[in-house]
Design a protein around this ligand. Structure first.
Ligand code: SF4
Length: 233
């Protein structure tokens, strides 16, 4: 790792983060938060979204709701093959159906209810710790669920966001996913977690590609260590 990259975040990471967000909002518009949503439904959708496209995830969730008439108890006690069939288009159906049924069973056992609405009363850290105690719910899934459905100041990092943060020098090599999530969410200004997530995902999809990023068309070139390295050679 370059020395500048290792130290940059602590030296002026706040400044470059603020600049980057301003540039990206100027380019794409600042996304607005749509407001609260059903926490359990969003968590199940986020589990379904793992390693598949958004379209397949939405289709699988719609089929799951149709199959069990939106009744989580019916979903929990159904033969697993029925759930697998409903969500097959999202892939990893065996693994995902097992995790969804285990999640529902634990909620019913612990809370006597198929709901995660009680998480709204918790701090973001406690709510995240609770969700990550379920098998198959990692830092990204937990943070996305709580940010999207409850407006909590958490910052889910997908592959696009990791890539951009690394290229801009905001992450240290060897940081775990959990450490990276905590570091970034502490640095993002209050009220900016949702728009920052949305705009960085979009930038990763449209400009900062994994292979051959379109740096000439990127407003972040002046503050991007990857690009500055590239043009200095
Ligand atoms: S300058 Fe290039 S590498 Fe840096 S953020 Fe922009 S597209 Fe990505």
């Amino acid at each position: 790792m370059r020395k500048s990259q290792a130290n940059l975040f602590s030296e002026n990471g706040h400044a470059t983060l603020t600049t980057a967000l301003q540039e990206l909002y100027a380019r794409y518009g600042e996304p607005t938060y749509d407001g609260p949503d059903d926490l359990l439904g969003v968590l199940v959708q986020t589990i379904l979204s793992q390693q598949t496209t958004r379209q397949n995830c939405q289709r699988a969730f719609g089929q799951l709701l149709d199959k069990f008439a939106g009744d989580w108890r019916r979903c929990q006690i159904a033969p697993r093959a029925d759930l697998e069939e409903a969500i097959a288009c999202a892939g990893l159906a065996k693994q995902k159906s097992t995790r969804i049924q285990a999640l529902l069973a634990r909620l019913e056992e612990e809370r006597g209810d198929y709901s995660l609405e009680f998480l709204r009363e918790m701090t973001p850290d406690d709510a995240r710790d609770y969700l990550t105690s379920f098998k198959g719910v990692g830092p990204k899934t937990a943070a996305f669920t709580l940010m999207y459905a409850a407006g909590m100041a958490l910052f889910p990092m997908d592959t696009h966001i990791f890539r951009i943060c690394e290229r801009l020098g905001w992450l240290d090599a060897g940081q775990s996913s959990k450490q990276a999530h905590r570091r970034m969410e502490e640095m993002i200004p209050a009220g900016q977690h949702y728009p920052a997530h949305m705009v960085l995902v979009r930038h990763g999809r449209e400009v900062c590609h994994a292979r051959s990023p379109a740096c000439e068309d990127c407003p972040l070139g002046d503050i991007c260590l990857y690009y500055q390295d590239l043009i200095s050679k």
